[in-house]
Design a protein around this ligand. Structure first.
Ligand code: PGA
Length: 238
């Protein structure tokens, strides 16, 4: 696992945006896996400022809330439109986000897996990490799902998403759809970004904790090409 520590969030976001821009230049038909959350916002804005050429790229978001429409302001689709999709030249039909309003969520998950396979698999998967160790909506549990699936969200995850739903965790959907652990781990390269002191403990567990379904991020230790990009505060515990 490669670990790169930056002096602050801004430098991290700039360096990673430059890396993505260079990768897109080399591989214009790059398939990117994308996270939501507070952490990637700076990165997305940096990409919007640099505007690398996304015209031949494809993206797949990690997860989405279940039971709300893509145009709901709290949806991850809406988040992505605001922070990235509206700022770059990514063709809308190649910006994939699970449809949380699908009448058949299981079929939606199966469709998403097929779409990823049809695109040739994910080349570069960007990840954030929850303080409870979740990646995507793969929450700590006795068992983890391999493939894209329907998931019950933890109270802590609903709390950390409250801002998207008027500040009230009770307004956050109770379920989501998420890429599975195998979907994520089959990406050819993974870059996890984490910033701030609140992430120091979980970053340390990603790097050197036991591999356990109780901390899904620990499974990244099994992947051959993972880079952690951290600010000094998040790197403090590892
Ligand atoms: P955050 O979320 O970027 O808002 O901390 C990360 C995550 O839950 O994956």
């Amino acid at each position: 696992m490669k670990i790169t520590v930056f002096k602050d969030e801004r430098t991290l976001a700039r360096t990673l945006a430059a890396h993505i821009a260079a990768t897109l230049k080399e591989t214009p038909d790059l398939v990117l896996g994308l996270p939501t959350g507070r952490t990637p916002i700076r990165l997305y804005h940096e990409l919007g400022t640099r505007h690398p050429d996304f015209s031949r790229a494809t993206t797949f978001n990690l997860d989405e809330f279940l039971g709300i429409a893509p145009d709901h302001p709290g949806s991850y689709r809406a988040f992505m439109e605001t922070h990235l999709f509206s700022r770059v030249n990514l063709p809308p039909d190649r910006a994939h986000v699970l449809n949380g309003a699908s009448p058949d969520p299981e079929e939606e998950c199966a469709r998403y897996e097929r779409a990823i396979a049809d695109a040739g698999g994910i080349g570069l998967q960007m990840l954030g990490i929850g303080t409870n160790g979740h990646i995507g909506f793969n929450e700590p549990a006795r068992e983890l799902a391999a493939r894209t699936h329907r998931v019950t969200l933890k109270a802590s995850t609903r709390r950390s998403n409250a801002a998207l739903f008027g500040g009230d965790a009770r307004g956050v959907p109770k379920e989501g759809l998420s890429m599975g652990m195998a979907t994520i781990l089959q990406a050819r390269r993974i870059v996890l970004i984490a910033t701030g002191k609140s992430k120091a403990r979980c970053v340390a567990l990603v790097v050197k904790g036991p591999i356990t379904t109780r901390f899904p991020g620990s499974f990244l230790q099994l992947h051959a090409d993972v880079e952690l990009m951290l600010d000094e505060a998040a790197a403090g515990g590892s």
